[in-house]
Design a protein around this ligand. Structure first.
Ligand SMILES: O=C(O)C[C@H]1C=CC(=O)O1
Length: 96
């Protein structure tokens, strides 16, 4: 199942910079491992925001929830999820 996910990150100003850097490094490794596995298909920075648009390809809602709630930055994120399915007018193979 494909899901479009928007993640907005707000790191509290009072979080020590070294702690923030450590969490961000863990987040990067977590994200890149999931991208390598094919579960995190796309990630795009939203221009002008500490936010991204991503596409996940996972088994079901439960797997998506497990992945998202395991993000090291999860507690600093606002996340919006939209389930996707193939559009009847799509001409692309492999979409959905
Ligand atoms: O920077 C972000 O958009 C937040 C987060 C998502 C993946 C990652 O490496 O960081």
């Amino acid at each position: 199942m494909l899901f479009h996910v928007r993640m907005d990150v707000t790191i509290p100003h009072d979080l020590p910079a070294s702690e923030a850097a450590e969490i961000i490094a863990k987040e990067k490794a977590y994200s890149q491992a999931l991208q390598s596995s094919g579960k995190w298909r796309h990630i795009w920075r939203i221009a002008g925001a500490y936010a991204n648009y991503s596409v996940f390809d996972v088994k079901d809602n439960a797997e998506l929830h497990e992945i998202l709630s395991g993000l090291p930055l999860f507690k600093f994120m606002r996340i919006e999820v939209a389930p996707l399915l193939r559009h009847p007018s799509s001409i692309r193979d492999g979409d959905g």
